[in-house]
Design a protein around this ligand. Structure first.
Ligand code: EPU
Length: 362
């Protein structure tokens, strides 16, 4: 089977990932249609070539300097208002649409539902993969359905909410069906009503200071952007992938031991509006990973060309010519030190990809 003409050889991925590690893909294809996608996957499978789907590159770290296999960059565009039911409106977007442009456009179209998820870097196809969330809104709350290429059966399928098995920052696409589906379109259920007033502390404070009782979706978007800008470095200026670790969830007993030794966990740190722990159902407690790292005095810590951000300890950044080796070493240092001090095992939030782990499963 001949290589499709849109697949090129030896392409650098540095500009396609927000951490900007210099990684070269053996083969690379920019995918604008589902037909191209099917052709690329068929070629890779016929030739037993490993393939990997690169979306916005804002949540992906390659663990070496070369990716032996095929990297497919999803560039499928579409923005369509579909059916509406009472106040609800279904919005369908191509997996290659920029997430934040879709958020902005949906608000311009008079829709609410996405405003709390403003300014999250990445493309729409990634939103379900990691079930993105911010400021009290999780993606699965507005998810309707998606289309994907099932690479096992070589056919396009539609998956609903139950199929996707969403939970905190994960889904079937990151766990049991990893590597199987390639998302091509996403449908969300938005609505035409005014949004509910936000409950996340930073936003409550923002609107309290401005005496705005019933903020519009646009005002909430502006607030989220301004809060994020103050806390998270801009990936356009400082290469990073947002939160590098997930917020760990521990049981109540573990938390009670923790708060005895570290009673400060129940107080917000200077500059933050809430304590870094959230009580969940089933006697579980979510702990702010940023708090744990800050507690180790690692803010601003430098390892080679990788650094813990000065403002938000959950963010690691590339100060120049960082290698993935340095980044993964810094990850190990943080994981080990957090474990020694708190007996909490931090998990990495972005996808760490190596040619060896992303073999096609069929
Ligand atoms: N904190 C610190 N020091 C820090 C950072 C945080 O003490 O350096 C404590 C503070 O007490 C703060 C609390 O942690 O109040 C929570 O911080 P923040 O509101 O920034 O939220 P986060 O839990 O650190 C999560 C998401 C972000 C999302 C924000 C806002 C994860 C892993 N991260 O961060 O998502 O934008 O909430 O809702 O769930 C991402 O996934 O890449 C991401 C940026």
């Amino acid at each position: 089977m001949q290589r499709p003409t849109f697949i090129q050889e030896n392409i650098s991925l540095a500009e396609l990932t927000t951490f900007k590690l210099n990684v070269v893909a053996e083969y690379f294809g920019n995918i604008a249609t589902t037909d191209q996608l099917a052709a690329a996957v068929a070629w890779a499978k016929a030739n037993e070539i490993t393939f990997f789907i690169l979306s916005g590159g804002s949540n992906t770290i390659f663990d070496g300097e070369r990716y032996e296999g095929l990297v497919l960059h999803i560039d499928i565009r579409d923005y369509k208002l579909l059916d509406s039911y009472d106040d609800d409106q279904i919005l369908e977007v191509g997996a290659g649409e920029d997430w934040d442009e879709v958020v902005a456009r949906s608000i311009d179209d008079g829709l609410s539902g996405l405003e709390l998820l403003s300014a999250i870097p990445g493309l729409c196809g990634s939103a379900p993969v990691q079930n993105i969330g911010a400021y009290g809104r999780e993606f699965d709350q507005i998810f309707e359905s998606l289309d994907a290429l099932d690479t096992h059966r070589n056919e396009l399928v539609q998956l609903g909410k139950d199929d996707c098995q969403f939970s905190y920052r994960t889904s079937i696409f990151k766990s049991t069906a990893r590597g199987r589906y390639i998302i091509t379109a996403v449908r969300m259920r938005l609505n035409r009503r005014a949004p509910d007033p936000p409950t996340y502390k930073d936003l409550v404070r923002y609107f309290g200071e401005r005496v705005i009782g019933q903020p519009t979706a646009m005002q909430i978007r502006e607030a989220v952007i301004s809060i994020r800008q103050a806390k998270f470095p801009n990936p356009q200026q400082v290469p990073n992938v947002g939160s590098f670790f997930k917020n760990p969830i521990i049981d109540r007993e573990h938390f009670e031991r923790l708060e005895k030794t570290f009673p400060q966990i129940n107080e917000p740190r200077p500059g933050w509006s809430q304590p870094a722990r959230w009580f969940l159902p089933n006697d579980q407690v979510k702990i702010g990973a940023g708090w744990l790292i800050e507690e180790l005095d690692l803010k601003g810590y430098v390892h080679g060309h990788v650094k813990v951000d000065d403002n938000h300890a959950l963010v690691l950044e590339n100060t120049g010519q960082a290698s993935s080796k340095e980044l993964l070493e810094l990850r190990d240092i943080i994981v080990q030190r957090v474990y020694e001090k708190f007996q909490i095992k931090l998990e990495v939030e972005p996808d760490i990809v190596s040619s060896a782990t992303s073999k096609p499963q069929a």
